[in-house]
Ligand binder design. Sequence first.
Ligand code: GLA
Length: 414
Amino acid sequence: MKRNALLIAMIVLTALTMQAQPRRNGGGKWEGLARTPQMGWSSWNRFQGNISEDIIKGIADAMVETGLRDAGYVYINIDDCWHGQRDADGFIQVDPAKFPSGMKALADYMHSKNLKLGIYSDAGTRTCAGMPGSLGHEYQDALQYARWEVDYLKYDWCNANNINPRGAYALMRDALRASGRPIFFSMCEWGTNQPWEWAADVGHSWRTTGDITSRFAGTPRQRGWGQTVLSIIDQNGPLRKYAGPNHWNDPDMLEVGNGMSENEDRAHFTMWCMMAAPLILGNDLRNMSKATCDILMNRDMIAIDQDTLGVQGLRYKDLEGLQCWFKPLAGGDWAFTILNSTEQDITFNLNWQDFNLTDDEVSHLSTNFDTIVYRVYNLWSHKQEGKTSKQNKVERKLVVKGHDVIAYRLTKAN
Ligand code: GLA
């Protein structure tokens, strides 16, 4: 009897371990790396090209000391401008002035802190900042990253004018696979070629828009570029049916802590979680306010992003600037967010029966407020706020501040 129990335990353990290990799936990308959206930090939004070994190490230290690593942020990603020249054999080198100890030493540093190292390249001849691109060197670059023990590659799309996007991204996917090291593949072609339609087997995530800026609202500066939080939500929201475990829509890196107001930062972070977006921080972690840290560390909100059902939230209603979003969660829970896209505070009469909905597009789950009573948990005050009522009457008045959110987790009460 005892022996049987031991045997069963061993079989279950082996199965679980196999599941947790990244693996190659026949001919496709590395699997097992993106069961939930990736979490980490990237140098671009705050530092652009002004990066160095010291900055990156300092960020890694702060990631650990602040508790952000333990909240789930494990990738430290170096974006554009780490590059030196190619050597005589064509292998890319780091810029020795910026990274005197080299990339392998930096990867070792990350791994010693239970963090992972990310790097950046481009499918074209040059990166967006004019550094050497990977075109014609794909297998060699992937091999070099693997030798350095890099864990993540963001692959951009500048200076790639005449190449076929599907071919270019599949080529790097194959090169990463052939390198033998499980490397997360973050595609960054800004949604130009609708990667959501063809890249589920190519990348672990794909950008869906042009670059974000630290502006909440207003007109995007140029077509495609200079996006705002709201313009990105408008573009990324409708793509929900294409996202899911192992292949996520990426509405770009976070701008929390980079100059927007506290309520705008909170709304931005909430909406990225509602959209099951990658949570890649973009601020200077060595030097952030308590308010910024509290937003990024909200584990209740992170749990909405990382929920294992893996369904991107849906915009159910837009009531003159108040956007009502629902995200189905594992175990029958729902996340519900009211986003005030206007600058004025708005008073809102919350009546749960107005929100009887079925997610026809993805999960096929229904809220059923007529028959199910949920406990209401406020994801920002971290307090229970009663239950959803069965009666068809106005439940309560809420004031949603301008450019802010009210966000709840609903859990079945019976
Ligand atoms: C593009 C990308 C950005 C960033 C820069 C770097 O604009 O979309 O996220 O990586 O290139 O040059």
